[in-house]
Write a protein that binds this ligand. Structure first.
Ligand SMILES: Cc1cc2nc3c(=O)[nH]c(=O)nc-3n(C[C@H](O)[C@H](O)[C@H](O)COP(=O)(O)O)c2cc1C
Length: 220
């Protein structure tokens, strides 16, 4: 056997390699394999890859911290989300200190163990009577639920941006709103929605089955 590989065998065009990489990426996303690769850090992931990679993660590596600057970048992105008449009624409380986290954990009810390992817990609230309101009057039958709608949109930006930054998240709706209000000094005119765990996941959950597209979409 020749010990030297003939040079012509190595002459593969760079563009061919790039194309092959792109094809491979598409196949991997389609098969859900990219999820197993975990983080999307590095800003090279496409929107579809970020969406495919995001999963609700229920256990975090508590030794890996997140900086205040990273939290600020994350929440600044949520500010680009649309909101009713640009009401921007969503508010965030990012709990980063261990002391405060321990204080708020009892309010996490059945989610205590899941929330406990995350380095950051972000409480989402919205100001009552702003989103969906004009001059203090509800614009339609939805009323304050528009505030919840806007907060949900904002959380969607949050979890996708977090994934892009290389983090994992878990949106939690099971929590004691009154207890959170007390621990975090949340004003009375704010309605508590989710608590989002933010951190570096130490598990790669399977993608829960989705309904068939035609079950949720009717084209008329
Ligand atoms: C509004 C809302 C509330 C949720 N509450 C909880 C919760 O309290 N505890 C939990 O473990 N997961 C919670 N989840 C996560 C969902 O179970 C999860 O999004 C769903 O199973 C789909 O999985 P995926 O996020 O990995 O795609 C919640 C998600 C949303 C959007």
């Amino acid at each position: 056997m020749p010990s030297v590989i003939p040079t012509f065998a190595l002459k593969i065009k760079t563009s061919t390699i790039t194309n092959m990489k792109e094809q491979l990426k598409k196949i991997m996303v389609g098969a859900g394999v990219v999820a197993a690769l975990g983080s999307c850090a590095g800003n090279t992931a496409s929107f579809d890859e970020i969406v495919a990679n995001r999963r609700s993660v229920r256990s975090y590596d508590s030794s890996k911290k997140i900086s205040e600057e990273q939290v600020r970048t994350l929440i600044a992105t949520t500010q680009e989300a649309p909101s009713w008449a640009n009401a921007q009624a969503t508010r965030y409380y990012a709990v980063m200190s261990d002391t405060k986290k321990q204080e708020m954990l009892p309010a996490m009810l059945g989610n205590q163990e899941r929330a406990g390992t995350a380095p950051v817990l972000i409480v989402t609230t919205y100001k009552r009577d702003q989103s969906g309101f004009f001059n203090g009057e509800a614009a339609n039958e939805v009323g304050n639920s528009w505030g919840a709608f806007d907060a949900g949109l904002s959380n969607a930006f949050l979890v996708l941006k977090a994934k892009e930054m290389g983090f994992d998240t878990l949106i939690m709706g099971l929590r004691d709103a009154d207890a959170l209000k007390k621990v975090l000094d949340i004003p009375g005119d704010e309605i508590v929605m989710s608590v989002v765990a933010l951190g570096y996941g130490n598990q790669v959950p399977k993608r829960p089955e989705r309904k068939a597209l035609d079950d949720i979409l009717k084209i008329k």
